[in-house]
Design a protein around this ligand. Structure first.
Ligand SMILES: Cc1ncc(COP(=O)(O)O)c(C=O)c1O
Length: 392
């Protein structure tokens, strides 16, 4: 019996401590953390620089609210804007809040700058999207579980097939203010679009004076072997949505990052958050940006990612039907005749590897970027062993 609402169905492991790529449960058993809190722990559990930044800030001040300035926020915003090659940052807390904020910004930009008729703004999204759990965000989800009994929904969204630039262009009309996309769809099962897709979306949105909003909350900040997955695709969106790893796995930190001709539409009183941009979040966020400025983590994810993806491809035909991914992020489709993704994750857990299933027979791996090559090889060996046992 638990006092918790049953909105999650966790594996039967109770984590007590973490260190780098590893966590330890209450009984002292160690596991390689191949989920990394859905990429929020990109830099590993207890990264010394991030913990030091948090501890130092705990002794100074943790919360002031945006009614006053705090001395951590401007340095964080300036560093993050520079990392993204933009000039303005809107700090929030959770990923869903960054998405909600961008929706508001895009609508206000549409009315005030583009000249879309009042109350008619539409935003184009992609089938299979996952952008969070608020009522507005689930309004444009296609996931029945995410939506059931939570209506009425927010209007103003049009969904088109993911990866199909022609369908996206056909959906644009005089009311369209933005296109909101994940550069790789994470929750959908690490769905990588065709290489031409994001460049085409960039060209189409520019031509139609429509904002291109890239939700890099899961794909960004090192995970795919670049600062942003958009870098790998060679595109620069109008707005980046960031979250998860921006808080270093220590505090929730999210942000909308763009240029002042777009983010500048927000005026005092029009948007806000009690905790957004608080000094503790800003101190940790700045330390995260400093880790990314070196390029070390992006390079590491790229190099180790190639090793991971090729090792996983070796399992195709041995219980695996397909492997997708980029950098240290992989979606693995298990042969549904063999087992569910959940069952594979349970058996992996017994062998000391924590992973997460999605959509029935897919499992995804997203280990902290501090993982070693040997640890990765070991994790793939455990998966191979699980699949072999299931086939026996
Ligand atoms: C692409 C993407 N956007 C938004 C979110 C929502 O973030 P949060 O759970 O912090 O609200 C997620 C969470 O998984 C995500 O993967």
């Amino acid at each position: 019996m638990t006092s918790l609402a049953h909105n999650y169905h966790p594996l039967e492991v109770t984590v007590a401590t973490g260190d780098g790529a590893w966590v330890t449960d209450v009984a002292g058993k160690r596991y390689l953390d191949c989920l990394a809190a859905y990429s929020a722990v990109n830099f590993g559990h207890g990264h010394p620089a991030l913990v030091a930044a948090a501890k130092a800030q705990l002794d100074r001040i943790t919360l002031t609210s945006r009614a006053f300035h705090n001395d951590r926020l401007e340095p964080f915003a300036a560093a993050l804007a520079a990392l993204a090659g933009k000039d303005m940052v809107l700090p929030m807390n959770t990923g869903a809040e960054a998405v909600e904020s961008a929706i508001k910004v895009a609508r206000a930009w549409g009315y005030r700058v583009k000249g879309v008729p009042a109350e008619r703004a539409t935003i184009i999204v992609a089938d299979g999207n996952f952008h969070g759990r608020t009522t507005t965000i689930i309004s444009f989800s296609n996931d029945a579980d995410a939506r059931a009994d939570f209506g009425p929904f927010t209007p103003g969204f049009v969904s088109v097939p993911y990866g199909d630039a022609a369908a996206l262009e056909a959906a644009i009309d005089e009311t369209t203010v933005a296109v909101l996309l994940e550069p790789i769809q994470g929750e959908a099962g690490i769905v990588v679009p065709p290489a031409s897709y994001l460049p085409e979306v960039r060209e189409i949105t520019t031509r139609h004076n429509v904002l291109f909003i890239a939700d890099e909350i899961q794909s960004g900040l090192g995970r795919t072997g670049a600062t942003f997955q958009c870098d790998n695709a060679g595109v620069v969106p109008d707005l980046y949505l960031l979250g998860k790893a921006l808080g270093g796995g220590i505090v929730p930190v999210s942000a909308v990052v763009g240029n002042s001709d777009i983010l500048g539409v927000l005026q005092p009183g029009q948007h806000g958050s009690t905790f957004g941009g608080n000094p503790l979040a800003a101190a940790v966020g700045l330390a995260v940006v400093e880790l990314l400025q070196t390029g070390e983590y992006q390079g590491r994810a790229r190099m180790l990612g190639e090793r991971l993806q090729s090792a996983l491809r070796g399992l195709i035909g041995h219980g695996v039907v397909a492997v997708r991914g980029a950098g240290l992020w992989a979606g693995i489709d298990i042969d549904p005749a063999l087992a569910t993704g959940r069952r594979v994750c349970e058996l992996l857990m017994e062998k000391g590897v924590l992973a997460k299933d999605t959509h029935g027979s897919t499992i995804r791996l997203a280990p902290p970027i501090v993982v070693t090559a040997e640890e990765l090889d070991w994790a793939v060996e455990q998966l191979a062993a699980v699949l072999k046992e299931l086939a026996a």
